[in-house]
Design a protein around this ligand. Structure first.
Ligand code: NAD
Length: 296
């Protein structure tokens, strides 16, 4: 069994971006600039956004964190997005989900300028991804593809079982793995909460992408010998032994599943850091594409 080490792979990507960003400075080009919008006081959302802002600083990007209160109206949030859309200094906009219930997530996502859609959730980005066109890919599935690429995992012809059909992980990774690319070219089965015989499907999988958010759901008897396991799940589970009071658990029971796998991602240290790497790459790309459009 070998580890798909997301910390290591993301470090390589960050170093590359740091060099490219410094080079832009030498050439007198603008610094990539991410705007992150955080609504309310959700502890996990704050942790994720802070990690993204910190990662921007590490590679030399600018970032602006816009904190809004839980009771914000939809129209006030839409006008915040509109200001960011037209601000020439902002290259990428991310709105941390989930949003409070008075705000339609779809309306907010649709309002983001597709040229600044570094989360890749806008219908324009999703449509291009489905057509196999070059576009912003949602950060988590993008990070998974970068991780498979980093470790040169040959995926062509493999049967991938993806568990979870969310727009941010399961559905996009199922599309990417089925595309005619490397990594990709898999035969994909997309499973969800209504899937029958999930355990049997998992046992047939060469690759399992577990993105259901149920801690330690995947057990050793659900995994074929030599399978590749990408564990996307991150759930806070109470752990009085930890200073924080909780431990982070993946969707697989790592200790029993890992010995059966050829490759496996740990939690933490697998998909999480790669998600940040995906976001940074998207932000850099947004900045370069906006250079191109302002030169025309
Ligand atoms: P979600 O709740 O939106 O979707 C979960 C999906 O799992 C649903 O499609 C549901 O049908 C399916 N599901 C639930 N129970 C199931 C079951 N028993 N059998 C089969 N399918 C089942 O979740 P999400 O936003 O896609 O996130 C999934 C997990 O990934 C969460 O733990 C989340 O915290 C984690 N996550 C991690 C990262 C990262 O950077 N590592 C990024 C995003 C999400």
């Amino acid at each position: 069994m070998e580890i798909l080490d997301g910390r290591l792979a993301s470090q390589t990507i960050r170093e590359e971006l740091k060099l490219k960003t410094a080079q832009r400075g030498v050439e007198g080009k603008k610094t990539p600039h991410l705007a992150a919008v955080l609504v309310g006081n959700n502890g996990a959302s704050e942790t994720y956004v802070n990690a993204k802002v910190k990662a921007c600083a590490e590679v030399g990007f600018k970032s602006t964190l816009i904190k809004l209160t839980e009771d914000i109206t939809e129209s006030a949030l839409l006008s915040t997005i509109e200001k960011l859309n037209v601000d020439p200094d902002i290259d990428g906009i991310l709105v941390q989900l989930p949003l409070p219930k008075q705000v339609s997530e779809n309306k907010i996502i649709n309002a983001i300028n597709p040229l600044k859609d570094v989360d890749g959730f806008h219908p324009v980005s999703v449509g291009k991804m489905i057509q196999g066109l070059d576009t912003f890919i949602p950060a988590t599935p993008y990070g998974i593809m970068l991780l498979l690429e980093h470790y040169k995992i040959e995926t062509a012809g493999l049967h991938a079982v993806v568990i979870g059909r969310s727009n941010i992980v399961g559905r996009p990774i199922s599309i990417l793995l089925s595309n005619n690319t490397q990594p990709g070219n898999c035969t994909v089965t997309l499973c969800h909460s209504r899937t029958r015989n999930l355990e049997a499907l998992c046992r047939e999988a060469d690759i399992i992408v577990a993105a259901l958010g149920k801690p330690e759901f995947i057990r050793a008897d659900m995994v074929k010998g030599g399978a590749i396991l990408v564990d996307v799940g991150i759930t806070r589970v109470a752990d009085p032994g930890k200073k924080s009071g909780f431990a982070l658990k993946g969707d697989a029971h790592f200790e029993s599943v890992a010995p059966k796998c050829s490759w496996i991602t740990p939690v933490p240290g697998g998909v999480g850091p790669m998600t940040i790497a995906g976001l940074l790459k998207n932000t850099f790309r947004a900045c370069e594409e906006q250079d191109d459009s302002s030169e025309q």
